[in-house]
Design a protein around this ligand. Structure first.
Ligand code: UAG
Ligand code: ATP
Ligand code: API
Ligand code: MG
Length: 486
């Protein structure tokens, strides 16, 4: 695409009439620039991309988009906000790919990854080719790509959508983090279905207050498009048991489908029966009452399944087929994952790293636990500090043996993170062991027949970030080895 054509997509007041080179790619990292690239300078949290413009030009950049004039010998287009401009240009350069896909976006504090994988399964079972973008990976068909963020910045995102279009993907399912909504990473992404799971405390280091956090998630719904496109209607799938849903319903002109358990909803689960290996319920739906038997447990799992059924239903799939799909879902890696090495106690690895998710998982375990419940848990460094005492309190309240340990301390002192946790449990009985491997070994050594050990916080993660180093660490492997050593 020629530079002039590309610039034409920007704000009409961006006045550029200089040279008109062919733009072969758009990059925001000088190290990825090749001859003909447009280099976009982004002021980051760590460094300022404007400092790399010179190097980008040396690498062959044909033009630079920046927030100020720069001393380089290629055209510099100056805009007020390069992050916003990047979203517009990425969408245009890749041919507005999200408009060619059936797009399902999922936001909420907990359950995004789980729900996105269930939705992916439903669409696959319906014979569609799917794409997935989320915490664990990006997936196009069956090809898996590593990711750094749950929701990547706009350039990577649009490039990924373009690849999905090229590879004939029908439906793209993606997690939309609150950070992504605030940073404008999904600006220009044309969702057909926006799903809300729930809103509870997390990420207050970034959003500061729950009100700001709630507003951030609301952006997915306010950006869902305001036109009544009757050929291609848009849907918001909202949790009727979460108070934030009322606000999100007001923010959007899309059709609304609600799901829930406690409050009346378009899709409501009633007559719930849970065993240690699964859950059954009656699904009250616009198509009558249907019996559903899932292999997942915990009330939170029912919510994830209802949200998934809702997203598939408004996408036009048949309810009976959808139910058959959700009934076949066995679980998601690192979410309530059982480690079984033949021991006579249970070990569960789960990604609960927020107060709400920890409470949900421990309450679910309590329903089945016959003896003691050990809870090995830590809190991430460089993340919301205010959730630390709350998580510690929940661990003490809902388990018999709370063991506080490290979970990606990053740049923080792990002992200080544990101290923050301990603030929430003054006078209670717990054990603190900084080294996560030792903490897991401690639980495994002390567990007796019939006990349950929950190892919370890292789920599918295969690393531990300490300082600026990343070490191999997988709760499931460490637990298995500890059991085998017993
Ligand atoms: C706070 C934050 O969100 N940071 C994101 C941000 O990093 P940054 O601002 O530090 O970027 P930077 O390193 O300063 O770089 C600035 C610019 O200079 C460029 N650069 C940089 C170095 C260089 O040598 N050359 C160069 O050109 C970079 O390409 C970039 O354009 O931009 C990066 C690239 O897009 C992101 O990967 C990074 O996410 C970091 C890893 C992160 O931890 N983010 C978290 C807070 C986050 O976004 N989490 C959410 C939610 C998770 C969930 O709950 O599921 C997520 O969506 O992942
Ligand atoms: N609907 C839900 N409500 C509350 N807790 C949930 C729900 N679904 C899952 N959980 C809990 O939250 C944990 C994380 O789930 P999941 O990875 O699906 O969430 P996520 O929203 O993708 O999280 P992240 O923002 O970190 O990517 C699970 O391991 C489980 O403990
Ligand atoms: N998406 C979440 C994941 C947290 C996982 C936990 N293991 C941690 O490192 O805190 C975050 O980045 O806050
Ligand atoms: Mg996730």
């Amino acid at each position: 695409m020629k530079l002039h054509e590309l610039i034409g997509y920007l704000h009409p007041f961006v006045d550029y009439k200089g040279e008109n080179p062919e733009i072969t790619s758009i990059e925001n990292d000088n190290r990825r620039v090749t001859p003909g690239s447009l280099f976009i300078c982004i002021k980051g949290y760590t460094v300022d991309g404007h400092d790399f413009a010179g190097s980008a030009v040396k690498n062959g950049a044909a033009a630079v988009l920046a927030e100020r004039e720069l001393p380089v010998n290629v055209p510099v287009i100056v805009v007020k906000d390069t992050v916003r401009a990047m979203a517009v240009l990425a969408d245009a350069f890749y041919g507005q790919p999200s408009q060619k896909l059936h797009m399902v976006g999922i936001t909420g504090t907990n359950g995004k990854t789980t729900t996105s994988l269930i939705i992916e399964q439903i669409f696959k079972d319906a014979g569609q080719k799917t794409g997935l973008i989320g915490t664990m990976y990006t997936k196009i068909g069956e090809q898996i790509f590593e990711v750094k963020n749950t929701t990547p910045e706009s350039l990577t995102l649009q490039k990924t959508f373009k690849r999905m279009v090229d590879e004939q993907v029908d439906t793209a399912v993606m997690e939309v983090s609150s950070h992504a909504l605030v940073y404008g990473r999904v600006h220009g992404t044309d969702y057909n279905v926006a799903v809300f799971t729930n809103l509870t405390q997390d990420h207050l280091d970034y959003h500061k207050t729950m009100e700001e956090y709630r507003k951030a998630k609301g952006l997915l719904f306010s950006q869902l498009g305001n036109a009544f496109n009757h050929e291609n209607p848009k849907f918001a799938v909202l949790n009727s048991d979460d108070p934030a849903s009322d606000e999100y319903a007001m923010l959007t002109t899309a059709h609304i489908l609600t799901y829930g358990i406690d409050n009346h909803a378009d899709l409501q689960a009633i007559n719930i029966a849970m065993t240690a290996s699964g859950t059954s319920f009656d699904l009250v739906s616009p198509f009558g009452v249907k019996k559903v038997n899932i292999q997942l447990i915990g009330k939170f799992s029912i919510y994830n399944v209802l949200a998934s059924i809702g997203a598939a239903l408004v996408s036009g799939l048949s309810l009976d087929d959808i139910i058959a799909s959700v009934e076949s879902v066995k679980g998601v890696s690192g979410r309530f994952e059982v480690v079984d090495a033949g021991q006579d106690f249970s070990v569960i690895v789960d990604y609960a790293h927020t107060p709400d998710s920890l409470e949900n998982v421990l309450k679910t375990i309590q329903q089945f636990a016959q003896e003691r419940v050990f809870c090995v848990v830590g809190c991430g460094g460089d993340r919301d500090r205010t959730k630390r005492p709350l998580m510690a309190k929940i661990a003490c309240e809902y388990s018999t043996d709370a063991i506080f340990t490290s979970d990606n301390p990053r740049s923080e002192d792990p002992a200080e993170i544990i101290k923050d946790m301990e603030e929430g449990v003054k006078g209670e009985v717990y054990t603190s062991i900084i080294d996560r491997k030792e903490a897991i070994q401690h639980a495994v050594k002390n567990a007796k027949s019939g006990d349950v050990i929950l190892i919370a916080g890292k789920g599918h993660e295969t690393y531990q970030q300490i300082g600026d180093r990343t070490f191999d660490f997988d709760d499931r492997i460490v637990a298995r080895e500890a059991i085998e050593e017993r």
